[in-house]
Design a protein around this ligand. Structure first.
Ligand code: PMV
Length: 307
């Protein structure tokens, strides 16, 4: 069984736990699926769980997320043990939601291999237990992760299909080095500044939803930048610095363009710039000027079978 999933880059962020075991968030979130990045997962039944990424075995702490997901699926559905082979073009641990795409593709590959007919909502809940933001990678398209205080009530769903809007993402690959502080540690460290972010996130989620449905790029842009700054403030005040010098260079150039192009960052130095298709060339030219590689994405689908 082979599956493929993409990361979903958040307009409105998930940061901080309501519940650490099930990865329930403190606020709803919403984002766009980035089709320029993928994780393909292939699984085969085995005597014990083992995980491979791009041909290399991952062990110990590095396999923490997929192992947590497998343990949950074993407890819930009585699944077998598996060897899990993932292939990806995403530099891991740099703020491109690689674990979200991985958990979405692994959860689907295993449950479908077991012959289970699970709804997208159910699959989203399951993948979330491996990595919270996978809740939005499962449905794909423009997706939101609804707020719920129990495992049952916390899942992702499509807000609008990918062809609804020609929004694009130009991702600037600032560094390929794995971040030093994991996002799990970041969620745990979230402090009183994060409470302010959470309060804004509720309003931002509703505005982002409206902006998508009405294709209002100005409104969405204000949300995107506010959320980037809110997340960075929450991280900085808990001792985590995600900015690299090139991060700042890109941000300055994007602001200087003075066009509808809106940057965001996740838990890492990577900058994702949301813009309309007609402005992609201008945004990409920043990468050429600064000699920083870029990846272009349009809105992608949710997790699906491959081949
Ligand atoms: O799913 P995790 O634990 O990797 O959380 C990452 C959350 C952010 O990417 C920073 C924001 C988001 O909502 O995707």
């Amino acid at each position: 069984m082979k599956t493929i999933a993409h990361p979903n880059i958040a307009f409105v962020k998930y940061w901080g736990f309501l519940d650490e075991e099930y990865f329930l968030p403190l606020n709803p979130s919403i984002g766009m699926t980035a089709d320029g990045f993928y994780v393909v997962a292939e699984v085969e039944e085995a005597e014990e769980d083992r995980f491979f990424l791009n041909g290399e075995e991952i062990k110990g702490d590095k396999a923490g997320k997929p192992q947590k997901l497998m343990n949950f699926m074993r407890k819930t559905y009585g699944i077998k043990h598996y060897h899990v082979y993932t292939e990806s073009n995403i530099p891991m641990g740099t703020g491109i939601a690689s674990s979200a795409a991985s958990m979405a593709s692994i959860a689907a590959a295993v449950l479908w291999n077991e012959g289970m007919k699970v709804s997208t909502e159910e699959l989203s809940r399951v993948a979330r237990v491996g990595s919270g933001s996978a809740a939005r990678s499962v449905p794909g398209h423009f997706a939101e992760w609804v707020y719920g205080e129990t495992h049952e009530r916390s899942y992702g769903r499509v807000v609008a299909e990918k062809d609804h809007w020609d929004l694009s993402i130009v991702t600037f690959i600032i560094s390929k080095e794995h971040k030093k502080v994991s996002s799990w540690e970041g969620h745990k460290r979230a402090n009183e500044y994060n409470i302010i972010r959470v309060k804004n996130a509720w309003k931002n989620w509703w505005n982002a939803r409206t902006a998508i449905l009405e294709r209002d790029v100005g409104l969405l842009g204000r949300v995107i930048v506010d959320e980037m700054n809110g997340l960075m403030a929450a991280a900085l005040t808990s001792g985590i610095l995600y900015y690299e010098p090139d991060t700042i260079r890109v941000l300055r150039e994007v602001y200087a363009l003075d066009i509808p192009a809106f940057p965001t960052m996740d838990a890492g130095p990577t900058v994702h710039v949301f813009t309309l298709k007609k402005h992609v060339k201008e945004v990409k030219s920043i990468g050429e000027d600064l000699d920083i590689p870029v990846v272009l994405s349009y809105c992608g689908e949710g997790v699906r079978r491959k081949g």
